[in-house]
Design a protein around this ligand. Structure first.
Ligand code: URA
Length: 243
């Protein structure tokens, strides 16, 4: 935890270093109950207020289970706003939370967002086999052998190797469920296009054996429990075996 006043305020999300220094210079910050204009003041455990409100040290890390709504971009580029980070709890604004993999702006569903780089690596490392389930609405007609083609692997334009074997289920007209164990750029949309359809709705509802909780509405997030984290790396049930 930062002990220097400007670093502490910036770390708690009150602004950039230069913005919080402006705040301090303006006499809007107290340390130990006394106005402090020294941006380098060491805190030594004393309470801090800014604009009359206590600034309390937030958590140092977080791992969130997020129900991504449609319309948010996973990018950090303000030009792409609204951004995924607008869905994170404001009290975690000081933390460098990243999504483990991305969903397109027009894809909804389960996303793990964390400060734990090792967890991100484990979830996105192509050498690991973590199944993800996508619920799809599509327009058009899929090729007669769509299921077999997914099971064998599909050649995608601009990709030098075919997709890994995947499981496609066709529960009804215009509806598909695709189980994938890799995460290439726009993979679901490109696979459905290669099969003759066009994705009109895309929602991810399972990673590993972890299902998107039915009581977590779109746009909401909460801490991922250790048991849920373990489920991310467990085989989904029923087991999916695609040769
Ligand atoms: N595949 C896609 O095409 N888009 C996503 O958001 C996720 C998987």
């Amino acid at each position: 935890m930062a002990d220097r006043l400007d670093a502490f305020l910036a770390h708690q999300g009150l602004g950039t270093r230069s913005e919080v220094r402006g705040l301090i210079r303006s006499g809007l910050v107290t340390v130990g109950g006394v106005v402090c204009r020294n941006h380098a003041e060491p805190l030594r455990g004393r309470p801090v207020t800014a604009r009359g409100r206590p600034v309390v040290a937030g958590p140092e890390d977080a791992t969130l289970l997020l129900h991504k709504p449609l319309g948010l971009s996973c990018s950090h580029d303000p030009a792409e706003a609204p951004l995924l980070e607008s869905a994170y709890p404001p009290e975690l604004a000081h933390l460098p939370i990243e999504p483990a993999g991305r969903l397109d702006r027009e894809t909804s569903g389960l996303l793990v967002c964390t400060t734990d780089g090792q967890l991100i690596h484990s979830l996105t490392n192509p050498k690991r086999t973590i199944w993800k389930r996508y619920r799809i609405g599509y327009a058009g007609t899929l090729s007669a052998h769509a299921v077999e083609r997914c099971a064998k692997g599909i050649a995608l334009p601009d990709d030098d190797r075919p997709t890994m074997p995947a499981l496609l289920e066709l529960p009804g007209p215009g509806e598909a469920t695709l189980h994938l164990r890799e995460g290439r750029y726009h993979q679901v949309r490109r696979m459905i296009a290669a099969l003759g359809g066009e994705v009109v709705r895309l929602h991810r509802d399972r990673i590993g054996a972890l299902e998107l909780p039915g009581d977590l509405p779109a746009g909401a997030c909460r801490q991922l429990s250790p048991a849920e984290q373990a489920q991310l790396f467990a085989e989904p049930s029923p087991a999916i075996i695609v040769q």
